[in-house]
Design a protein around this ligand. Structure first.
Ligand SMILES: Nc1ncnc2c1ncn2[C@@H]1O[C@H](COP(=O)(O)OP(=O)(O)O)[C@@H](O)[C@H]1O
Ligand SMILES: [Mg+2]
Length: 378
């Protein structure tokens, strides 16, 4: 039985839904239906139960149902949380957007609270089809993906990354202007080194936690990944933050003339990359087949869900897998389903056909999605 789960979900004027209510129990949830039926819309609504702009990363007025002359959207859930006493009622959590006031509304247990408060209650992990090319594609989205994993294990990672970027921009402006006041530039570099060292440490720790989950998970038959951070991490002293900061400062200072000529900072944690290898084949993930890459990415996401669940004092994450089964063969799908049943948080899966999820049997609850309606098919 899942420790954390949504026990009901209600959308109002959200994307293709005027109003829809899903009565739920704690089992994993399967949403199936044709392309454009509205499956991702439901997952997106859930992804807005945490701070941020959801899995489509849109402005908050965008999901307002076009046909509605209404002024906003709303998502309500009954949430059973870890640590809640057995038999205790679920926690009502609601969020929405009000166009007239231009702000986001969050209510927890009937009380209006700041949006960031959502992070204290619900944690989420998601995987979308846009991430299918993650290993073979360009570096920046891969680093963004990894930074999101890092953020859910290290809540101040975002703040440190912003501080680093800001110091880097300020330094570059001074270099571009040909500023001769070396004290200012040096100040920016010290800030880059101190925030950058914290960024590097949080990433390295996240990588270690993921790798630990991958190593110590028993043999599920699901592919194991070997993770490496590249792009400046190779020579980084591990362990002590002060050593790392000093080493990083040296690198940044040394790179100053080249950065000045290039018009951008050529080294530092913003140049990092996540390298993923396929253990059994001793091969970079980027060179595996589409289905193999998908399996690795799902494996990484599951490892991350377990790492987040293992953290003290927080609930296990809900996990949203949009079209995750699409490129998987029958055997891998069955393995994935076993993995999902073993998680502590409820998983939500979408797919075009119910038959993709047969291996769940009655261990999941099924909903057929079509044109703005959702029917329970249990
Ligand atoms: N703001 C909106 N108002 C009304 N309909 C919308 C809005 N945004 C998206 N849609 C509709 O939602 C549908 C896509 O739903 P989606 O959940 O992505 O489908 P899928 O089942 O393939 O995941 C499209 O038909 C699109 O027109
Ligand atoms: Mg979709």
């Amino acid at each position: 039985m899942n420790e954390t789960a949504l026990l009901s979900l209600e959308l109002t004027d959200f994307r293709s839904y005027k109003h829809v209510h899903l009565p739920l129990d704690a089992r994993p949830v399967v949403l199936y239906g044709r392309n454009g039926a509205g499956k991702t819309n439901i997952l997106e609504a859930i992804s807005l139960l945490v701070p941020g702009r959801g899995l489509r990363r849109v402005r908050l007025d965008v999901p307002i149902r076009r046909e509605a002359n209404g002024q906003g959207w709303a998502v309500h859930a009954q949430y059973r949380h870890a640590g809640g006493e057995a038999g205790a009622p679920p926690l009502p959590i609601g969020t929405g957007y009000d166009r007239t006031r231009g702000n986001r509304i969050v209510r927890i247990d009937g009380v209006t609270v700041r949006p960031l408060t959502l992070a204290d209650h619900i944690r989420l992990v998601w995987l979308t089809p846009e991430q299918d090319r993650l290993f073979a594609g360009p570096r920046a989205p891969r680093l963004r993906f990894f930074d999101r994993l890092t953020l859910s294990l290290h809540p101040d990672h975002g703040r440190n990354a912003n501080a680093y970027e800001k110091a880097m921009r300020n330094r570059q402006r001074l270099l571009d202007e040909g500023a001769h006041d070396a004290t200012w530039i040096a100040g920016c570099e010290r800030e880059m080194a101190s925030a950058g060292a914290r960024v590097m440490q949080a990433r390295a720790d996240t990588l270690a936690q993921l790798q630990y989950e991958i190593e110590n998970h028993g043999d599920s038959g699901f592919p194991r990944a070997d993770l490496t951070l590249a792009g400046g991490y190779e020579d980084a002293p591990s362990g002590d933050e002060a050593d790392l900061e000093a080493a990083l400062l040296g690198i940044i200072e040394q790179s100053r003339p080249r950065d000045c000529a290039a018009g951008r900072a050529l080294c530092g944690p913003h140049r990092a990359d996540l390298e993923v290898g396929w253990r059994a084949k001793a091969m970079p993930a980027a060179r595996s087949s589409t289905g193999e890459q998908k399996a690795l990415l799902i494996g990484l996401t599951l490892a991350h869900a377990r790492a987040v669940a293992a953290q003290e004092g927080g609930p296990a994450p809900l996990i949203l897998l949009d079209e995750a089964c699409a490129h998987l063969d029958t055997e891998r799908r069955a393995l994935l389903i076993e993995e999902i049943c073993a998680l502590k948080g409820q998983a939500w899966l979408s797919g075009t056909d119910a038959s993709l999820f047969e291996a769940f049997g009655d261990r999941a609850q099924y909903f057929e999605v079509s044109g703005g309606t959702v029917q329970s098919r249990n």
